[in-house]
Design a protein. Sequence first.
Length: 59
Amino acid sequence: MQRRTQAEAEGWIGQNEGLDLTLTLLPAKRDERRRRAQRPPVHLGIPKPRTTPSPPEAP
């Protein structure tokens, strides 16, 4: 909270608004991280090279 005190002393209004926004959004971010940690990993498989047909020979 030192940053908030310093911002008030210096008159940095935007700094306090940014701190408020960060403190408001942190719980939602933490909850999202916890939800994602509970999901099983997605199996993407092993990629295989594409097979393309040979171009037709010129007559």
